[in-house]
Design a protein around this ligand. Structure first.
Ligand SMILES: Cc1ncc(C[n+]2csc(CCOP(=O)(O)OP(=O)(O)O)c2C)c(N)n1
Ligand code: SF4
Length: 322
């Protein structure tokens, strides 16, 4: 696929308009804007309840320059599947004027890892041609920072608060993207707004796929992660550089899912010295403050590093880099 230049992006239509009510520094609008720019065809967006949905659709205003449908929290994928099926039926009857329309479901980690998972799994098993974009800010942010299946270990949330009883969430993060690969869809990829060229190429592939596609975005939330709102993109970059969020894709080739490491992570695989310690990522976020104050909890930080190393090894193995 041809390389996209910043100028090309600047010239394309903004499908999510400025003036929405998402917080300053929120990672959600940046990711959504970039993904929508990857489609030259019309897009219909199905948005699950969450920060993006409530902040862009406050009556009587809308931030969406595309057809947009609100879904319940638990069923963005089912809504998207219904839209895709309706388009097919209208085409069959010869009353649909577009050749190709893309259907994009968007949901947070709460709406994906947990409550919307059955709708997502069902839509992928039925092989609807939809693109599902997961905005993973690693907690239920819209309702006040509750832990989700996507919250990583030792992050402090309102339902996994650090204190005398626990040091933040005690379970590990569910590996949702690898679970989605096991559905054997057309395409799965992880994306980070700091590596926007990679993001755009993957979103293009997702829209071109002949079946369900899943895009998993690491999406900083200054409010829930408790970081300065001007370092969101820096955190998107560090997540990749520390390998806590490696960039990879998996495509169905002759009926088999083939994993491939993406360039920013491949560079680290080839030069392991470039892998930054995860502590560099953790120390910028207040949700991990208890790991550093009043004294540094080296044992817990080491456990996070061990988890990162194990998961990175799994990805390297799947991508044939080991
Ligand atoms: C069935 C149901 N349960 C609970 C809620 C309340 N609710 C609305 S948004 C939300 C959290 C959304 O979290 P997430 O999906 O992670 O998205 P974020 O706001 O973090 O972007 C919850 C619990 C709801 N709308 N519907
Ligand atoms: S609470 Fe977090 S996810 Fe929600 S709008 Fe604010 S920064 Fe974005």
């Amino acid at each position: 696929m041809s390389v996209v230049k910043p100028k090309d992006l600047a010239l394309t239509e903004e499908r999510l308009a400025p003036g929405h009510r998402l917080c300053p520094g929120c990672g959600e609008p940046t990711t959504v804007k970039l993904v929508l720019k990857a489609s030259d065809d019309p897009v219909i967006v199905c948005s699950a309840t969450g920060c993006l949905e409530v902040s862009t659709s406050i009556y009587p205003y809308t931030s969406w320059n595309v057809p947009w449908i609100h879904s319940a929290f638990e069923n963005a994928a089912a809504t998207a599947a219904g839209v895709e099926a309706a388009i097919k039926a209208l085409k069959r009857k010869g009353v649909y004027k577009y050749d190709k329309v893309n259907v994009l479901a968007v949901a947070g980690d709460g709406g994906t890892f947990d409550i919307g998972f059955q709708a997502l799994s069902g839509a992928f098993e039925r092989y609807h041609r939809i693109v599902y974009l997961l905005l993973d800010n690693e907690a239920y942010m819209n309702t006040g920072i509750q832990r989700s299946g996507g919250t990583p270990s030792y992050a402090s949330t309102t339902t996994s608060p650090d204190g005398r009883v626990i040091p933040g969430k005690i379970q590990t993060k569910k590996q949702i993207s690898r679970i989605m690969v096991e559905h054997e869809p057309a395409y799965v990829a992880t994306i980070s707004a700091a590596f926007w060229q990679d993001l755009i190429q993957k979103a293009k592939k997702a829209f071109a796929a002949d079946g369900p596609a899943f895009l998993h975005s690491i999406t900083p939330c200054p409010r829930g992660w408790r970081h300065a709102d001007n370092i969101s993109i820096e955190l998107c970059r560090l997540a990749v550089q520390t390998c806590i969020f490696p960039l990879w894709e998996a495509e169905k080739v002759e009926g088999k899912m083939v994993y491939k490491l993406s360039a920013p992570s491949k560079q680290i695989a080839k030069n392991p010295d470039k892998k930054k310690p995860v502590v560099e990522y953790l120390k910028l976020q207040g949700r991990y403050r208890h790991l550093f104050k009043p004294e540094e909890k080296t044992d817990l930080i080491n456990k996070i590093q061990e988890w990162v190393d194990t998961e990175w090894d799994i990805i390297l193995e799947r991508c044939g880099e080991k």
